[in-house]
Design a protein around this ligand. Structure first.
Ligand code: DC
Length: 644
């Protein structure tokens, strides 16, 4: 399983340009394909769902090209039903392609097969098929009744009158019918049965149809009359707004992580319902500013988001972002009227509940609501994303709680936002890590501790972890080459680092782990991969705001590969032997210069030649030879490098 580890973040601020709206992109493509004339579409979203629509249009005989220089798409409309009367279409998990194409193809007089990924075949489509059958369409189920895959047969379409369609499962059924009906040329009224959900998405549909020359007459949210005798006409050029749902992650980042975060591409004039996410965020106390084509979010004056109870039927997609924002609220938060979540890319109510619990929240899951009670402290966790782009994007926000988070299968964001994590990285500030490594007695430990103190950062002496494992093994009679038992010991190590003292259970072992026996033991246990893996999370837990200085072998390569600064301290062997000698004498331990020299040389060789995490300077590390330097000078050198 591929994963992406997001480091704990200090905060978020900056500015981003949004990718195009998925809803507008796929609607525009279909309408441009059916219209008379060519349409230039600017800022079309580049994503999986849009690719599925583009492939389908090609398979149906619609010509389109992408201009290399401008990135604009030119769609040559066919001015009516699709010219190819036979096609087999694979539509992935793109609901915005599957539903509208089903309707348009049912009225195109050909034979078509439509299928998608397994999840698409679990997403209902029966209400739409029922509607289409009322005007004579011949749509058959190839799998389970009411679900894709579908087989569409040529049929005599008898438009006109009233078509009834349910509106309480997905608004896409109504959208699909409305967009297809102008193909018949006959005035037809669609009547919505049940409460229409996600109304703002219908507004997008009507707005775009109108731009293509078909004005639907609307009677409340109940009846929609598509006029007869009108055809879609290309508007010439069409601009795709930025995706308002995608904006929600960045606005939430601004509200949680200080801000300001500004998104460009949607604003006051947006036709997308999810723009109202900004209002919801405002009710949580976030400070929002909006321009014609941008929105900006900052944290509340008080710093903390307010607990909320909100009806979120009108912003079902962006509402997911609020479920994760609830982790940062000052009390239990209730998300109401979100039943449609259950038929999206995954059962989003269930998925959200499971994953929010992993980071420590208490979650109550109802048929159409969630109650999220934030934890005192977030817990680092590996988040499953259920092949749902929004799960992946939402949970990136956990990192703003100063908590690392692993996102499994991060590439699922490709559905609507392939570059999401890079863009997220561009507005977030990771807790900085300064990694310091070098051979034994190079002074790295002392320098690292002093640098940490000077900066007010946490300090991780990772060598001490290996020393603790060695000590615990020797005390409990575990052989120093028994990898599995050493690893078990390492993962359950009752170690505590407390104001410069190091504890193993109730014993202060600060001195005990510095003996030569422990040094030798540490160097042996550190060669085992299982031991190193067992200590990984424990080491990463030291990364806390405002920053961390981490001392040890693989700090800048494995444990904190994104460390902001890396240093490699070294010194000649005699200089190091002398330092070690003085250290031991000061602690009242006996020492012999000759054997220290020999030991160091041997350990250097072993550490440098071992296969796992060998001692070597990383290419991006700054070298510092301390042979002729005092500790003060070495500390000053490092601090100066950090600020320069
Ligand atoms: O830095 P130190 O002498 O306390 O380290 C003790 C041993 O642990 C040494 O042999 C190197 C090894 N070590 C390691 O393999 N990886 C680390 N991150 C830190 C120390």
């Amino acid at each position: 399983m591929e994963f992406l580890d997001l480091p704990p973040m200090l905060g978020a601020s900056g500015q981003i340009r949004l990718p195009g709206s998925k809803s507008i992109s796929n609607r525009s493509l279909l309408l441009a394909a059916l219209a008379e004339g060519s349409t230039r579409i600017r800022d079309l979203l580049a994503s999986d769902d849009v690719d599925r629509m583009l492939e389908a249009l090609s398979a149906l005989g619609v010509k389109w090209t992408r201009e290399a220089e401008s990135g604009d798409f030119l769609v040559h409309g066919v001015g009516g039903p699709f010219p190819f009367k036979q096609a087999t279409l694979f539509l992935g998990n793109a609901g915005t392609a599957f539903r509208p194409l089903t309707a348009a193809l049912a009225l195109s007089g050909g034979e078509y097969q439509l299928s998608g990924v397994a999840r698409m075949h679990e997403r209902p489509i029966g209400d739409l098929v029922d509607g289409l059958r009322q005007i004579g369409a011949d749509v058959r189920y190839l799998g389970n009744d009411g679900f894709p895959p579908l087989h569409i047969m040529p049929a005599t379409i008898a438009p006109g009158g009233i078509v009834r369609v349910r509106g309480d499962v997905s608004s896409q059924f109504l959208t699909a019918l409305l967009m297809a009906l102008p193909l018949t040329g006959v005035e037809t009224t669609v009547e919505v049965v049940g409460e229409l959900i996600s109304k703002p998405y219908i507004s997008i549909t009507l707005d775009l149809m109108e731009r293509f020359g078909v004005a639907v007459e609307r009677d409340g949210w109940k009846r929609f009359t598509v006029p007869g005798g009108t055809r879609y006409q290309s508007p010439g050029t069409l601009y795709v707004e930025g995706d308002a749902s995608s904006a929600s992650y960045f606005l939430a980042a601004g509200a949680i992580g200080g801000g300001p975060v500004r998104v460009e591409g949607v604003g006051r004039d947006s036709i997308q319902g999810d723009i109202r996410f900004a209002e919801a965020l405002e009710m949580l106390g976030a400070r929002i500013e909006m321009g014609e084509n941008w929105v900006e979010a900052r944290a509340p004056e008080s710093g903390r988001l307010r607990a909320f109870t909100l009806d979120l039927n009108h912003i079902p997609d962006a509402a997911m972002t609020l479920a994760v924002a609830a982790l940062f609220a000052d009390g239990p938060c209730r998300l109401n009227n979100i039943a449609s979540w259950r038929v999206k890319e995954t059962d989003r109510i269930a998925a959200m509940a499971i994953e929010l619990r992993k980071v420590g929240a208490t979650v109550e899951e109802g048929p159409d609501y969630l109650v999220v009670t934030p934890p005192e402290r977030l817990t680092a966790a590996a988040i499953d994303t259920y092949d749902d782009h929004r799960m992946a994007m939402c949970f990136s926000l956990v990192s703003l709680g100063g908590c690392r988070v692993r996102i499994n299968d991060p590439k699922c964001v490709g559905k609507t936002f392939p570059t999401y994590f890079e863009v997220f990285g561009s507005v977030t500030r990771p807790v900085p890590v300064i990694a310091i490594d070098g051979p034994s007695a190079s002074g790295k430990g002392t320098v690292a501790a002093r640098v940490a103190a000077a900066l007010g950062f946490a300090f991780l002496d990772s060598g001490a972890m290996y020393r603790l494992v060695a000590l615990a093994a020797m005390r409990e009679g575990v052989a120093l080459d028994d990898e599995m038992n050493l690893a078990a010991l390492a993962s359950a190590l009752p170690a505590r680092f407390d104001e410069g003292r190091i504890w193993l259970g109730n014993d202060d072992v600060s001195d005990a782990i510095r003996t030569e026996a422990c040094s030798a033991g540490a160097s042996r246990v550190a060669t085992f991969a299982a031991v190193r893996v067992a200590l990984l999370d424990r080491q990463r837990d030291f990364r806390l705001g405002p920053g961390l200085v981490a001392d040890g072998r693989d700090m800048g390569s494995i444990v904190f590969p994104d460390a902001r600064n890396k240093f490699f301290l070294t010194a000649s062997v005699p200089a190091r032997a002398e330092r070690r000698y003085k250290q031991l004498m000061n602690k009242g331990m006996s020492a012999n210069m000759e054997s220290l020299l020999k030991d160091l040389e041997e350990r250097d060789r072993r550490d440098a030649t071992r296969s796992i995490a060998p001692l070597k300077q990383l290419p991006d590390a700054t070298l510092l030879d301390t042979t002729n330097m005092s500790i003060d000078e070495a500390v000053a050198f490092v601090l100066e490098r950090l600020t320069s």
